[in-house]
Design a protein. Structure first.
Length: 194
């Protein structure tokens, strides 16, 4: 059954453009995509496998975290009943301008090639990785092979500029990082200078 079909608790969900975020479930963090959102429930896609009744927190941005209880699961997706009702239409509107700005400027697709050493902080400690390319919303890095999808990281992209992120994929010593701050239009020109 898909997220747009009737699942228990799915009434009133708004189908939204998939939005990446961080999910915390059972002490484990990972990457999630918001598939739909309503005033009392949401549907996410994630590689984590939360259990029925488990409490899950989804960070949609640095300023917006929603917590809910798992009410249904299927491989790769789950439905959450929110801990408190929200105004989902207003929340989606508030989150939309940032994405609209990125699309209007084309920043989310503009990759800047690089071969720069940068510092990455994670649960494994501090390591030097090679930055292969950078966009306002993400980065591709070369690492020693120990980083796994879903790990929370912080990239020190330039002196005084740190960006939180989540590893979205990792294969053969190369990984993709979704930057949580999305570098809001790149105010310091870091992407442009790379």
């Amino acid at each position: 059954m898909r997220h747009d079909e009737q699942q228990p608790g799915a009434a009133g969900l708004r189908i939204t453009e998939p939005r990446a975020g961080r999910v915390l479930a059972g002490g484990t963090s990972g990457l999630a995509r918001l598939l739909s959102l309503g005033d009392e429930a949401m549907v996410i896609a994630t590689r984590l496998q939360p259990h029925l009744g488990e409490q899950v927190t989804v960070d949609l941005s640095d300023e917006c975290s929603l917590t809910g209880t798992v009410i249904w699961t299927q491989p790769g997706e789950c439905g959450l009943c929110l801990a408190a009702p929200i105004d989902s239409a207003a929340l989606l509107q508030r989150l939309a301008p940032k994405r609209a700005r990125e699309r209007a400027v084309g920043e989310h697709r503009r990759r800047r090639p690089s071969d720069t050493p940068v510092v990455m902080l994670s649960e494994l400690g501090q390591q030097i990785v090679r930055l292969r390319d950078l966009t306002p919303g993400g980065a591709r890095i070369v690492h020693d092979g120990r980083f796994l999808p879903g790990m929370a990281v912080k990239l020190q992209i330039a002196p005084g500029i740190e960006r939180p992120g989540i590893l979205s994929w990792s294969r053969d010593g190369i990984a993709g990082v979704v930057l949580g701050d999305a570098m809001d239009g790149d105010p310091q020109g870091v992407v442009t200078r790379m």
